[in-house]
Design a protein around this ligand. Structure first.
Ligand code: AGP
Length: 583
């Protein structure tokens, strides 16, 4: 994981880099650091914890026009100042920030650096020393070292004697932008918003040298190459005007806007062309592959396509799919769902499918992400930039986009009309204090639901785990009696999600099973049930197939409030990062 922001210009770049690094904290926030040039020396400042700590350490008086910056999610070596980036070469000539993993770093250390005393446990320190060992001009040293390295990297590097920033990329994202005041490199387009209008997306095994006035690109043989700039569409990144203390709450509340925007993008702007729809229709089946919350969106997408298009669907967890003995099929469209488009497990599966010659569709929220480069068809989601680690509006955007896909494929105009009515009237519900007080009594929580509500129960439980650190399970209502019921006692809370009238009685039976063991019930539903429960959260009534979008909002809010109640920052849960670029 990790995020990079580096700049060279005609102003003091230190504070701009630090400010923009904040936008990358979603990629990791274990530690952060900068390296900058002062006279002809390389200086490094690092700090453990969030960027605010680094800022305190730097004070207001530092100044430099060449800076590389980094925010870290630890992979090799514990969270500590020694392991924080930037790393210096032992000869003091190079400083490097790195996002990715050097898989053969132990071998490289033994073969090339046995005489070097390393100060950290990181693969990055090996990398920078390897670069220092190469011959020729700085860019050649970087290219040579990258040829020796196995794994993934996006790097920005300073060299003591040159007023330049050197860049290299393989498998981890890196982009560069330029204006009349200088150049910047970053892991994510959102960093450029407000400062640059255009940028260049670096491809694997491309290199670049940024100076104050220009950027020169090279291929892996060291030959100069020309690249085309792409426009940065601010709309994709805009933070809606909702002032909330936490991004997560702001993003939950944005869901109403996201739904309207998505509807508009697909039905007024025709984001998916008729030609693409005809192409997608030709596939006899769909196989969704994703991780975490995006996997849950895949589960919902599969349900919609089966329900409205009567096509066979499968759903796999990316980290499992990769090592399964899958029988691949050319009549199947492989659909990869990912908010970031940078998730290593998902990308690895998409690569595998492409290598075997099958077709890939990517449902992604970030334009120009790595996953999109592998796509035969791209189905963008229009959630806008999602900052909180726990995915909320991106999930809703994915589910809604896959629903739109199913409706477009089925050409069902009635369903389209229902969608329109839904987006115009959908509003975020509020949870009352009585419900929250009731919820806060439990730290043993089970989520149950059937069919579409089963997916909601999985996603609701994931939210609660990741931000409130409560050990909970999401499971199919019918599965309770096959094992998990053994865990239910008077200290257990079962959140029962029930939005399908055809399954009302079945859910009521599950609720009774829990009550008989002394468990407490919080029922989340849009209609009355005949069984008595401890607490009832009444959802607004929409058509059944739309209810997964309504019920999940309630579950997201429960997790959010519980995390805050326990004193945790819901935006930055421990041990996690927004974009998981390691397998
Ligand atoms: C969501 O709350 C999680 N943080 C996580 O499960 C996430 O959805 C998963 O890592 C996949 O990320 P992606 O959508 O960027 O591929």
């Amino acid at each position: 994981m990790c995020g990079i922001c580096s700049a060279i210009g005609n102003f003091n770049e230190i504070f701009d880099v630090i400010e923009r690094l904040r936008k990358l904290e979603y990629r990791g926030y274990d530690s952060s650091g900068i390296a900058y040039k002062e006279n002809n020396n390389l200086e490094v400042v690092k700090s453990v914890g969030q960027i605010a700590n680094l800022e305190k350490r730097i004070g207001r008086n530092l100044s430099s026009q060449i800076v590389i910056g980094h925010t870290r999610w630890a992979t090799h070596g514990k969270v500590s100042e020694e392991n924080a980036h930037p790393h210096m070469s032992a000869n003091g000539e190079f400083a490097l920030v790195h996002n990715g993993i050097i898989e053969n770093y132990e071998d490289l250390k033994k073969i090339f650096l046995s005489d070097v005393c390393l100060n950290s446990q990181t693969d990055t320190e090996v990398f920078v020393n390897l670069i220092a060992r190469q011959k020729g001009p700085v860019i050649n040293k970087l290219i040579e070292a990258c040829n020796l390295v196995k794994g993934s990297f996006a790097v920005a590097m300073l060299e003591k004697n040159s007023n330049k920033i050197y860049l290299a990329k393989r498998k981890s994202p890196l982009m560069v932008a330029q204006n009349e005041n200088g150049c910047m490199a970053a892991s994510d387009l959102s960093v450029f918003v407000g400062k640059f209008e255009k940028c260049y997306i670096m491809e694997d095994d491309e290199f670049a040298v940024m100076s104050e006035k220009n950027i020169v690109f090279f291929d892996k043989s060291g030959k100069k190459i020309k690249k085309n700039a792409v426009l940065i569409n601010n709309f994709d990144f805009c933070d809606e005007n909702l002032n909330e203390e936490y991004f997560m709450l702001k993003e939950i509340k944005e869901q109403a806007i996201v739904l309207k925007r998505t509807y508009f993008k697909y039905f007024s702007e025709n984001t998916l062309s008729e030609a693409e729809i005809s192409k997608i229709k030709k596939y006899k089946s769909f196989h969704f592959i994703a991780c975490g919350t995006a996997y849950h969106s895949g589960l919902m997408g599969a349900r919609y396509i089966q329900q409205f298009c009567k096509k066979e669907c499968k759903v796999s967890i990316a980290s499992e799919f990769r090592y399964d003995n899958n029988v691949l099929n050319k009549n199947c469209l492989y659909v990869f769902v990912s908010q970031s488009g940078e998730t290593a497990d998902t990308i690895a599966c998409a690569n595998l499918i492409k290598e075997k010659g099958f077709d890939v569709m990517c449902v992604t929220n970030v334009p120009y992400c790595s996953l999109n480069k592998l796509a035969d068809i791209i189905l963008p989601t229009f959630a806008g930039r999602e900052v909180a680690v726990a995915s909320t509006k991106a999930y809703v955007a994915q589910v809604f986009t896959l629903l739109i896909l199913a409706i477009k494929l089925s050409k069902n105009l009635e369903l389209q009309e229902s969608l329109k009515k839904f987006v115009l009237s959908f509003d975020i519900l509020q949870l009352d204090d009585a419900l929250l007080k009731f919820l806060y009594q439990f730290n043993n929580i089970f989520y149950i639901g059937r069919e579409q509500d089963y997916v909601a129960s999985l996603e609701g439980a994931l939210k609660m785990k990741e931000i409130a650190y409560i050990n909970c399970i999401g499971l199919a209502g019918g599965e309770l009696k096959h094992g998990t019921l053994a865990l239910i006692d008077e200290n257990s809370l079962v959140i029962a999600i029930s939005t399908q009238k055809k399954l009302k009685e079945k859910m009521e039976s599950n609720i009774q099973e829990v009550k008989a063991r002394g468990g407490k019930i919080l029922l989340v539903s849009n209609f009355e049930h005949s069984v008595e429960v401890d607490h009832f959260l009444q959802l607004p009534e929409f058509e059944e197939f739309l209810m997964p979008i309504v019920s999940i909002t309630a579950l997201q809010l429960m997790a959010f409030h519980y995390a805050v109640e326990l004193g945790y920052n819901p935006d930055k849960p421990r041990n996690l990062a927004k974009s998981v670029t390691v397998e």
